[in-house]
Write a protein that binds this ligand. Structure first.
Ligand code: PLP
Length: 384
């Protein structure tokens, strides 16, 4: 890590931190010196490297995961009158994208508080002939059962979309779905500051996503610059969701470290689990720790009696930053107004008790001991 970043970190233990260093700086300087900063060869290289890592032919880089979700839904022809099943336990962008295309979100509850992925039983119960797709989300980096969802979607003739913002570089992710979307926002497992990536299994869908990303123009700036094309046509309503060379060059550097960082995150999660179980047995740790996780988050559920705000404040006072993933979407004012009366008991209980502990590859065993020891005290004191 760069010295300046270390200084900025002080004695705090942040819940997430971007890891940027000299390689990223060199890359950025190289792009600036090259004189070509908008979408070009670096973007193409980043797309190729990312798709190869996930066993796919192609990927399309975009300027955010949110934009990628929007493009997937557009390219898969999801629109007015269609229903899309979604979790409420996710970042708001997952469901906003459904509203961007004027489709109707159908919120599904989670399986249980220690298995907080959306439930197939709920999907079965809420399915209607208008249900066109489901967006699953690999909460915390723990992948949903994609085989099970694929077979459910095949039976119902629905499309399967992965919001894979938390799960880059995990075996199985992006292989069975109709489309998958990743995020490179600053707190994700790899970052380009802002950015995203889309993959799809049907090459014609990939092509449509590629077109929609750049105003649905029939030629791109680079081709025109090179004299390969002189004019262009517009065949659909497109957007400017392009990634640029600066972000792509950072992405390439970050991607080369993704698998090591994921491994480090998994190791740290294991250390957390052991210590939490030993010291605070009444917290719930969602998911079984397996090797198939990008360990993006370290979520726990506080005991029902613990007061979360008090716990968070007490931890902040000793330099430990925590977070909440997530406030449930169906309870946000905007969503309540548009979709009143939605009740998801398990999601609501999960979201009331959830606390996200610091997790990033720079964390040490000592940091974890410090966090868990202070958490134990904070939980005890908050319940008095
Ligand atoms: C971060 C995140 C997004 C949005 O990603 P952006 O790249 O910031 O648009 C979407 N879904 C989930 C689950 C996320 O964590």
């Amino acid at each position: 890590m760069h010295e300046k970043m270390k200084e900025n970190r002080k004695s705090e233990i942040p819940f997430a931190i971007p890891q940027l260093g000299d390689k990223e700086k060199e890359g950025l300087c190289g792009v600036i010196d090259s004189g070509w900063i908008t979408m070009g060869e670096k973007v193409a290289r980043f797309e190729k490297a990312f798709s190869e890592l996930h066993g796919q032919e192609e990927a399309v880089a975009v300027n955010s995961c949110t934009a990628g979700l929007h493009l997937c839904l557009r390219a898969l022809d999801v629109g007015p009158g269609d229903e899309v099943m979604v979790p409420s336990l996710t970042f708001v962008a997952t469901v906003n994208a459904v509203l961007y295309v004027d489709a109707t979100p159908i919120f599904l509850d989670i399986q249980s508080i220690d298995m907080p992925h959306i439930s197939i039983e709920e999907a079965e119960a809420k399915y209607t002939p208008r249900t066109k797709a489901v967006v699953v989300m690999h909460y915390g980096g723990y992948p949903v059962d994609l085989l099970e969802w694929r077979s459910f979607c095949d039976t119902k003739k629905m499309m399967l979309i992965e919001d894979a913002a938390h799960a880059p570089g995990i075996d199985g992710v992006a292989r069975l779905s109709d489309a998958s979307v990743f995020s490179f926002f600053s707190n994700k497992n790899i970052t380009t500051a802002e950015g995203g990536m889309v993959m799809a299994r049907d090459p014609s869908v990939v092509e449509k996503i590629r077109r929609l990303r750049g105003h649905a123009m029939s030629t791109d700036t680079l081709a025109r610059d090179r004299g390969h094309a002189y004019s262009y046509d517009v065949t659909m309503l497109g957007y400017n969701y392009r990634m640029d060379e600066l972000r792509a060059v950072m992405g390439l550097v970050q991607l080369s470290r993704l698998l090591d960082w994921n491994e480090k995150r998994r190791e740290l999660s294991k250390i957390y689990r052991k210590r939490l179980l030993a010291l605070i047995p009444d917290v719930v740790i969602p998911f079984d720790q397996g090797d198939e996780t990008a360990a993006h988050l370290m979520p726990i559920l506080l005991p029902p009696k613990a007061r979360r705000e008090k716990v968070m404040k007490q931890l902040r006072d000793v330099g430990i930053q925590t977070s909440i993933h997530y406030p449930p979407i169906h309870l946000f004012s905007y969503y309540r107004e548009r979709f009143p009366d939605i009740i998801l008991p398990k999601t609501e209980e999960f979201c009331k008790r959830e606390l996200t502990l610091p997790l990033h590859p720079l964390l040490t065993k000592n940091d974890i001991a410090y966090v868990v020891d202070h958490l134990k005290k904070a939980v005890e004191q908050s319940t008095i």
